[in-house]
Design a protein around this ligand. Structure first.
Ligand SMILES: Nc1ncnc2c1ncn2[C@@H]1O[C@H](COP(=O)(O)OP(=O)(O)OP(=O)(O)O)[C@@H](O)[C@H]1O
Ligand SMILES: [Mg+2]
Length: 397
């Protein structure tokens, strides 16, 4: 007799949950993203015991239609993707149709939802993936999801959760990132009955930064605003006064999704070089907006990693965006470079050629060594000119 068996649905969902839902914060992230995908302008998250005993998420989004409510916890059931080609143009957070199925398989979940078209709300109670109850309920248009006893049937995972305070810190930090990348959504977080985070949802990133990081940071910001080849880069960088020793306040968002990506870090490092202070990292909140066809987000279920199709292009555009801000009056005081664009382009050419192609670098330096930047007579330019001479010698040797 053979040994291969088909896994049952509950087992499949629990395995899928293991990949994405590693802690309460990950479950909340999935649900808040669902709220934003549903067009919510207000999302309230309430937790108890670091989200272990209770998570409650209330939104004012478009709701789930009555007949769709049981489907919402089916695996691979999604309203956001119909065929694989859609992945190229998808702009929602979700598309895998797995999050609710996964979370419902490892908790007791109650969904109460109402659309504008339905006269009443519908309530569904699910435990370990089994629907226990579907009934009519009262409530406004929108969705409330309550999760009790997350991981109650996954003791191995439960055992590895951190203490309540630490799990809460993860939740808060994750929610802050969602608030930053969605200034038009009013986000509220309530911990054990106490309000700990509240953004206004007025659409202004600077106001979110003020709420999250305080007055000192928000008074030392320089605006980033640059667009090239369908890549739009906006946000704020901090001037040298608020540079810190770690990368913790250098945050990148791609089409509203918080991402960690080496190309972005190294491009930013290069653009800040010499300007954040030695060994220091600038405060930076950078939003990148580009067509979904420019990258692949489907390389890991948590969607935190992305692969850019043209890494060099993203590197260059981000570099130029940050460098422009670094060279602006607000950053440098009255020492701003007048011909920013030309200066940045020539410096970028130098930097990339130097790192990626020594032969070209040599050619470039020979032909371009006396280009536009020498007309700018300030410290920074002189510094860079010297650097060129030193490197040129190095290449010749
Ligand atoms: N807060 C909400 N408001 C409105 N609809 C919702 C909400 N939460 C879930 N849904 C509906 O339930 C479906 C399933 O949600 P689920 O999170 O499991 O999948 P998804 O968001 O489509 O994909 P992913 O697994 O990548 O998150 C969604 O496609 C959406 O139609
Ligand atoms: Mg989802």
């Amino acid at each position: 007799m053979g040994n291969i068996v088909l896994l049952d649905d509950l087992t499949i969902n629990k395995i899928a949950a293991g990949e994405v839902i590693e802690n309460p914060s990950a479950a909340i992230k999935e649900m808040v993203e669902n709220s934003i995908d549903a067009g919510a302008t207000s999302v309230t998250v309430e937790v108890k015991n670091g989200g272990k005993s209770l998570i409650k998420i209330t939104d004012n989004g478009k709701g789930i239609a009555k007949e769709d409510i049981p489907l919402s916890i089916e695996r691979h059931a999604t309203s956001k993707l119909k065929q694989i080609e859609d992945l190229e143009k998808i702009d929602s957070f979700g598309f895998r149709g797995e999050a609710l199925a996964s979370i419902a398989s490892i908790s007791k979940m109650t969904i109460i939802s109402k659309t504008n078209d339905d006269l009443t709300a519908t309530k569904m109670v699910v435990e370990a993936g089994d629907i226990l109850e579907i009934s009519e309920d009262t409530g406004k248009t929108g969705t409330t999801v309550i999760i009790e006893n997350l991981f109650f049937n996954v003791p191995v995972r439960y055992k590895f959760l951190k203490n309540d305070a630490t799990e809460f810190r993860y939740i808060k930090s994750m929610l802050e990132k969602i608030a930053i990348s969605n200034p038009s959504v009013a986000i509220k977080l309530i911990n054990n009955g106490k309000e700990v985070l509240k953004t206004s949802g007025n659409g202004k990133l600077e106001d979110v930064i003020y709420v999250l990081f305080g007055k000192r940071i928000s008074q030392n910001l320089v605006k980033v605003n640059y667009e090239e080849e369908e890549i739009e880069i906006t946000g704020f960088i901090g001037n040298t006064t608020i540079a810190v020793d770690s990368r913790k306040d250098e945050l990148f968002f791609l089409n509203k999704r918080f991402i960690q990506n080496r190309t972005l870090y190294s491009s930013a490092d290069e653009a800040f070089k010499g300007d954040a202070g030695i060994g220091k990292f600038s405060f930076a909140i950078i939003n990148l907006k580009m067509p979904p066809s420019f990258y692949d987000v489907n390389i890991h279920p948590t969607k935190k990693e992305v692969k850019f199709k043209d890494e060099a292009l993203v590197y260059r555009v981000l570099y130029t965006a940050i460098k422009n801000a670094v060279l602006s009056k607000e950053f440098l005081g009255n020492k701003a470079i007048e011909e920013n664009k030309e200066y940045v382009n020539s410096e970028f050419k130098y930097v990339t050629n130097h790192f990626f192609n020594f032969d070209n670098s040599k050619k470039d330096l020979e032909t371009n060594n006396t280009n536009s930047i020498e007309s700018n007579n300030n410290d920074k330019v002189i510094k860079r000119e010297n650097a060129r001479k030193i490197d040129y010698k190095f290449i010749r040797n």
